[in-house]
Write a protein that binds this ligand. Structure first.
Ligand code: GLA
Length: 748
């Protein structure tokens, strides 16, 4: 069992192969967080806590004589408002009589083998791992409110999940105005917060700040996890690097409004609270009702950020994403969006399919514009019926044509959205989220369907199913193209209106679940104007997500690198698009574009009919190379080789196969200089005694001195793994516009 309760010391020990987590119940039944980190040999770590009497930090009534006992200073496992803890808290309530105090104490516990599941929300699946569950039941006797803290311990994967159930055992309604998933206190000082901020077409930019006496809130109020603040944060030692130092990851598995609060308190301790965003939220909990919070995935690495990322990559790939797709080779796809936008018809699509198949593409995806009166982005959303003016033979003709060329076929949907100019809106204006007393805020001229209404979910399920049944559709791109405003359902009584945004997410997950259950083999690629819902919640249904609407390879370096801290490359949708790039006008060589896109699910986003003969030849080689490397990329271990906070001239990253017999090193220069310094990079994760040779490479620079060292030339240099890791590899100088190079090493 990876969970043990020491009845005498009143300590819960949660253990994984390399980490330990401790919770202690004190003499007043307060549930204290006493440790998370590298193993301690089950030492009672509460010796670190000093019960200091601090002015203005009150004491529980029973402990009033012991002035060092205070909810305001002790490390808590789930803190509450109103009971003398003045830091950011996990739970805020309003009782039927208007009182706002909640004081939770230990009631009971339960240890089970196997991982708990959630009813209506995504969660980390147990699969074949050895995992155990701890449930700690807390209660507020006055309110008759129970809170169950649930922990899932994945022993071999060094992952601990947390989730909370809030149960009203009273006869009265209790309103939750904050219902976080977790709270955790750390006594460590000198820590940094790394978070991933951004904007549309520039998601998950990495920012690292020192945690100071302040409350840092990373969150979204957009009704989606957002391009702007990803629900994943890292707390690490101030001196932690990619390969050194203590790092903690906190990843919320939720796609709606969220909030990660990090506070350094008066004593210098750090508190982290993570969960649904409390702004625009409240939830009425009737008699015997339970509120289920989203799950949080926690990981600890004592060996720096690369190791922390590896723990997340593995758990997401193996236990979050749907199992069918874990090892399945994802098709190299071509999407027509940047190739045609809305300007297509059946003839054009068939021509594009023909030339894509010649290049070796494995799936054609028809993007926005195939349905209703959708000739631009002002009309048609909600009317999931084929536009037969553009596609007289329906989806079937173009899907069959793709299939006849040996390609799969995929289709775009944006289920949760509706245009005012649509038959659906004309028939069901009451299905929209809007405040009826005012004009709605518009976004891309569209509104949101009220996914909290079962009839809306049913309509979408039926109309999407009808299309999916009409042809051999093996992939869905599931888009979501605006932020939510005017959160008002109209279908709920006034006091329930604070539930609209969470109900929206529950309805969306329900629809995804229904589609997945009926069509388990259809690959769903998530999307939200690119990466506006790039979170572990969506990954439960979609093993890949379009990473960004920005397809420029150079901007993608920081987007994909930021994404890689928490999410695996197998989830990152990444394509080669035309040059000059449509989003920023930048010109980048096609080889460099290919190198960057290959660190993802790989595909093309252009009109293949417009390619030159030379570009077509390069693309054929890219697809052959990707198919050769896909296992290494999809399942291999990913390492960031450059420190993005210091190195501004190039980005270098590496994939190493599970058995260490091969690795792929990628470099792109973002600045070139005359008479440049030599770039030497130390590789990682190789077999130190292995003898590696260069087996294949591609470079955007014309002359390829590397060719000279290929095995086939009979003139091949070999490198020991320890030489490549300790001495490094020096790249030949690279010049020109955004040069890139990819080198495949294999062990002899
Ligand atoms: C979003 C997506 C794009 C494309 C358009 C279509 O912006 O991110 O890839 O599908 O919608 O409208």
């Amino acid at each position: 069992m990876s969970v043990r309760f020491d009845d005498k010391a009143k300590i819960f020990f949660l253990k994984t192969d390399n980490t330990e987590y401790q919770i202690k119940i004190n003499e007043y039944g307060m549930v204290l967080h006493t440790y998370y980190g590298a193993e301690t040999g089950e030492t009672d770590m509460s010796y670190l806590i000093k019960e200091v009497d601090r002015g203005f930090s009150g004491n529980p009534y029973e402990g009033r004589k012991k002035r060092g006992i205070s909810a305001d200073t002790l490390p808590s496992e789930y803190s509450t408002d109103g009971a003398g803890d003045y830091r950011v808290n996990a739970l805020g309530i309003v009782a039927a009589d208007g009182s706002r105090t909640c004081d939770l104490r230990f009631k009971d516990y339960n240890i089970k083998s196997g991982k708990y599941k959630l009813e209506d929300l995504p969660y980390v699946r147990e699969e074949n791992d050895k995992s155990d569950t701890l449930e700690i039941v807390l209660e507020d006797k006055t309110l008759e409110l129970e809170v169950v803290l649930r922990y899932g311990v994945f022993e071999k994967k060094d992952i601990i999940t947390r989730q909370t159930l809030i149960i009203n055992k009273s006869d009265n309604c209790i309103t939750l105005n904050k219902a976080s998933s977790m709270c955790m206190d750390m006594i460590d000082k000198n820590m940094d917060l790394i978070h991933f901020h951004g904007r549309h077409a520039m998601e998950r930019q990495t920012e690292r700040i020192k945690i100071t006496h302040d409350i840092h809130t990373i969150g979204s109020k957009r009704g989606a996890s957002s391009h702007h603040n990803n629900p994943f944060v890292i707390i690490c030692d101030h001196n932690a690097t990619e390969d050194f130092g203590n790092c903690y990851g906190i990843m919320l598995m939720y796609s709606g409004n969220h909030m990660q609060e990090v506070e350094m308190d008066q004593a210098g301790s750090i508190r982290i609270v993570s969960g649904i965003g409390s702004s625009l939220f409240n939830w009425k909990l009737g008699k015997s009702e339970t509120f289920e919070t989203p799950e949080v995935i926690l990981a600890y690495s004592g060996k720096g950020l690369n190791e922390l990322s590896f723990l997340y990559h593995r758990i997401i790939r193996e236990n979050v994403c749907p199992k069918q797709f874990r090892d399945m080779k994802r098709p190299v796809l071509i999407n027509n969006w940047e190739g045609t936008y809305f300007d297509f018809d059946e003839k054009k699509i068939i021509e594009i399919e023909d030339s894509a198949a010649e290049l070796g593409c494995e799936m054609f995806v028809l993007d926005d514009g195939w349905f209703g009166e959708r000739n631009d982005d002002n009309a048609g959303l909600g009317d999931w019926k084929v536009n037969t003016d553009k596609l007289p033979g329906g989806i079937k003709t173009i899907a069959d044509h793709a299939n006849s060329l040996g390609m799969k076929f995929g289709l775009w949907f944006e289920p949760e959205m509706i245009n005012e100019d649509s038959d659906l809106y004309r028939n069901h204006p009451e299905w929209v989220i809007t405040d009826n007393n005012r004009n709605p805020v518009m976004g891309r001229n569209q509104l949101l369907l009220d996914m909290g209404k079962p009839e809306v979910v049913d309509y979408l399920f039926d109309s999407i199913s009808e299309i999916l049944d009409s042809a051999n559709i093996e992939y869905i791109k599931w888009d979501f193209n605006r932020s939510i405003a005017n959160p008002y359902s109209g279908g709920l009584e006034a006091e329930y209106e604070g539930e609209v945004l969470h109900r929206f997410m529950l309805g969306t997950y329900k629809l995804m679940d229904k589609i997945r259950s009926k069509y388990p083999d259809i690959l769903i690629e998530g999307c939200s104007g690119g990466g506006g819902r790039f979170d572990a919640g969506i990954m439960f249904y979609s093993p890949q997500i379009w990473c960004s609407d920005n397809s420029d390879a150079i901007d993608r370096l920081s987007i994909q690198k930021g994404t890689s801290y928490g999410y695996p490359v197998s989830v990152m949708g990444s394509h080669v698009s035309a040059s000059p790039n449509h989003q920023n006008g930048r010109v980048v060589p096609i080889i460099t574009r290919g190198i960057v896109a290959m660190s993802g699910t790989f595909g093309y986003e252009l009109d293949p009919r417009k390619l030159s003969i030379e570009e077509k030849e390069i693309i054929k080689k890219q697809i052959t190379d990707f198919n050769k490397y896909y296992k290494l990329i999809q399942k291999g271990r990913y390492y960031r080789l450059t420190n993005e906070f210091e190195e501004k001239n190039y980005v270098c990253w590496q994939f190493v196969s599970e058995d260490k017999s091969e690795c792929l090193v990628n470099i792109v220069l973002t600045n070139v200089h005359a008479n440049a310094e030599i770039i030497t990079v130390k590789l990682k994760g190789l077999n130190k005694n292995g003898c590696y040779i260069i087996d294949n490479s591609s470079s955007s620079c014309n002359d390829m001195p590397l060719e000279a060292s290929f095995e086939s030339s009979g003139n091949c240099i070999s490198y020991s793994g320890s030489a490549l890791m300790n001495g490094g590899y020096s790249f030949d100088p690279m010049y020109g516009v955004y040069p890139g190079m990819q080198i495949h090493f294999k062990m002899r």
